[in-house]
Design a protein around this ligand. Structure first.
Ligand SMILES: O=C(O)CCC(=O)C(=O)O
Length: 277
């Protein structure tokens, strides 16, 4: 018995490497989260900005609540089982009329895990459509191995290394058009990208990247895990994180600093350049 997803949605996920759209909350609730986010950016500009965008769920209660949202976690449980930890999160924000884009890539490439079958819910906090640079997927591409990625460090590419998979067959692409409060869920190995936001409105997606079962292990670097549900992980080197008691509570700030350092070590392992993302 599944909790949220239909058998058809689960089949779509396994077949295509993604499933979308799934409603998590009302549009009004998503707008209120966006308002909290913009308040946090105003109050803590150094800690929360387009470059300092990783692991914000560790220091802001409204994002921690999203990471534990029962609709999101139930959907994850339907696919990976009851023992769930969260590896990290990324706030992907694109300002209106900017050139920022995300090149074709597979998330698992630089995450340093022993396998790729983990998943990322991407929660739309605004509309996300073609004009705004929504995510685009290559269906079925998660069934291949990890392809060769070239690190470009291109200025407008908002991936850590500006990594690119070349010669992608774009004949069957699927654009994930989402309304505020909806999510998509994608597999760690599916090839995806997103184009610039040409609209007059900001596009924001919160990527809970990624929820993993205990079978998925960190083999490059150390990670700090947020326990979400079920049996806690038993990694010998991975530390467990506590939830923020309130926005920017000092313990959570120090934990996020350490988590971000570990995260950056893993993602830039072997890279020639290290950027601020
Ligand atoms: O938000 C975007 O445009 C890209 C996000 C992405 O690549 C991801 O969540 O894996």
């Amino acid at each position: 018995m599944t909790k949220i997803l239909t058998a058809e949605q689960i089949q779509q996920y396994h077949e295509n490497g993604f499933v979308s759209p799934i409603r998590v909350m009302s549009e009004d609730e998503a707008c209120s989260i966006k308002a909290k986010l913009e308040e946090a950016e105003k109050n803590y500009p150094r800690e929360f900005n387009p470059e300092n965008r990783n692991n914000l769920h560790l220091t802001f209660s409204f994002l921690d609540e999203l990471a534990h949202n029962s609709i999101i976690v139930d959907a994850v449980e339907d696919m990976i089982g009851p023992d769930i930890s969260l590896w990290a999160s990324v706030m992907f924000s694109k300002d209106p009329s900017t050139n920022h884009f995300v090149s074709w890539h597979q998330d698992a490439t630089y995450m340093g895990m022993n396998r790729c079958d983990f998943l990322t819910p991407w929660i739309a906090l605004t509309h996300s459509n073609l004009e705004m640079g929504c995510m685009t997927m290559i269906p079925g591409s998660h069934k291949q191995n990890i392809r060769k990625h070239e690190d470009t460090f291109s200025e407008n590419n908002i991936l850590t290394r500006g990594q690119v998979v070349k010669d992608v067959d774009e004949s069957n692409v699927v654009d994930l058009i989402l309304k505020p409060g909806e999510m998509s869920i994608h597999h760690g190995a599916v090839i995806h990208s997103s184009k610039p936001n040409k609209s007059k409105h900001r596009r924001i997606g919160f990527a809970l990247q990624s929820y993993m079962s205990p079978e998925v292990e960190q083999i490059v670097g150390k990670n700090m895990w947020m326990h979400i549900r079920g049996k806690p992980r038993r990694d010998h080197d991975g530390m467990s994180l506590s939830r923020p008691q309130y926005d920017m509570d000092p313990l959570s700030v120090s934990q996020r600093k350490l988590a971000d350092e570990n995260y950056s070590y893993i993602l830039y392992n072997g890279a020639k350049i290290k950027r601020n993302y």
